[in-house]
Ligand binder design. Structure first.
Ligand code: HEC
Ligand code: HEC
Length: 357
């Protein structure tokens, strides 16, 4: 499967390299491999190398456009969407912290602590369900949650809209983005979601290796990759599958299951007993930047995470059958970490925009 995906990518690269190129250009050394072209509505971009346009999810109700992205970009960074004007989406999903916040669990308005770790906002383009438990159907659905969460941005939608309306420079941007005047919660959500879909991580050393540059990865990272992909060894690929390193599904690794009141995760959405303690498999792209790790931020380093898998997670009634003691050597563990580090690459959408006054 992975090999087929890779072959697909390389075929695309070859096609781009050959199609219509002038004869002279064909004689020179091959150009650096290009990413795939992604299109939604009137918007087209070349994705960072390694990301697959065919896996993008954009709901029909909200095709992407550059004006919508630009508006959403500002709203995402604008703390005036919160009740006391101190917290924006970027407070907890900051570009400098791998679009997370560097804390085990987040702090919202009035320094109130939340219960879960802020996941990265990178590569959301390739996910449908959002949150650790998947309770939001899409990014549009997700975006209005934190604004109204009493311990995150602490506002009401009416209050948030009235704040945005007071910033007069936003009005023409909403008109341009949606084709008619008016500011409402759905439009705020659609603009923010459009921006989020342009926050992308790819073109890592791993991607260059996959595209044919065999010098891109160290020997240790290559060994780690082989362990990662081997069902008889580390078996990571069973869940961290495909180019975005996630099956978009929910699993119980036992994280936090030894707490007196464990977080039931996916169970709170489905009420299926087997979903108790199950959480969404996160992407591993740029994972070096977004620690601490796991839904409760209980693991500080990538080596801590690898050691946890090596122990077979944390035993509990609902533990995934894919999680077993791995009997890794010290070298294996170091190699897995080296591979995880090789997944950090180019980030798009990280600029902090100038906000309207
Ligand atoms: C106070 C910190 C905080 C603020 C502010 C905040 N978030 Fe989050 N965000 C979190 C936490 C914590 C989670 C995980 C919650 C959960 O899974 O239950 C999360 C989850 C998400 C996810 C899901 C990612 C995934 O992989 O499933 C997205 C997308 C997201 N936030 C975007 C936003 C946007 C957009 C805003 C602004 C409108 C925002 N966040 C504001 C802390 C915050
Ligand atoms: C049974 C599915 C499954 C397998 C197998 C698996 N993972 Fe995970 N991984 C997950 C889930 C689910 C989470 C989040 C769990 C939580 O927070 O409760 C996770 C979290 C992580 C994280 C933390 C990422 C973050 O942003 O917090 C890393 C790193 C990671 N896994 C690496 C690995 C490695 C390396 C292996 C192989 C040794 C592996 N995983 C095997 C499902 C899996």
């Amino acid at each position: 499967m992975r090999l087929r995906l890779l072959a697909g990518t390389m075929a695309t690269v070859l096609l781009i390299g050959c199609s219509g190129a002038p004869k002279e250009a064909q004689k020179t050394a091959p150009a650096a491999p290009q990413g795939e072209t992604f299109t939604s509505g009137e918007y087209t971009t070349v994705l960072p190398l390694g990301l697959q346009a065919g896996a993008a999810y954009v709901p029909d109700k909200n095709p992407i456009s550059q004006v919508k992205i630009d508006l959403g970009h500002k709203l995402y960074f604008d703390a005036r969407l919160s009740k006391d004007g101190t917290i924006s989406c970027a407070t907890c999903h900051a570009p400098e912290q791998g679009f997370s916040d560097g804390r085990p669990t987040s702090l919202g308005i009035n320094h109130q602590p939340g219960a879960r770790n802020a996941p990265t906002v990178m590569n959301r383009l390739f996910s449908k369900e959002q949150f650790w438990d998947g309770r939001a159907a899409d990014l549009e659905d997700q975006a209005l949650g934190p604004i109204q969460n009493p311990i995150e941005m602490g506002h009401t939608l009416e209050g948030m809209i009235s704040n945005v309306e007071k910033i007069q420079a936003y009005a023409p941007e909403f008109s341009a983005a949606f084709g008619s005047p008016g500011i409402n919660a759905d439009r705020v959500a659609m603009a923010i979601a459009s921006y989020e879909r342009t926050v992308l991580a790819g073109n890592s050393l791993y991607d260059r290796y996959q595209a044919g540059d065999t010098t891109a990865l160290s020997g240790s990272a290559v060994r780690g990759m082989n362990l990662f992909n081997d069902a008889q060894k580390a078996n990571c690929v069973t869940c961290h599958a495909g180019f975005n390193f996630t099956d978009e599904s929910y699993h119980n690794l036992g994280v936090g299951m030894d707490k007196p009141n464990p977080d039931w995760g996916r169970f709170s959405v489905t009420k299926n007993d087997f979903d108790k303690g199950a959480f969404k498999t996160p992407t591993l792209r740029n994972v070096t930047q977004s620690g601490p790790y796991m839904h409760d931020g209980s693991h500080t380093t990538l080596l801590d995470v690898v050691n946890f898998y090596d122990r077979g997670g944390l035993k509990n009634q609902w533990l995934s059958k894919e999680i077993k003691p791995l009997h890794l050597t010290d070298q294996d563990r170091a190699d897995l970490v080296a591979f995880l580090e090789s997944l950090t690459g180019e980030v798009r959408g990280a600029e902090r925009p100038a906000l309207p006054q």
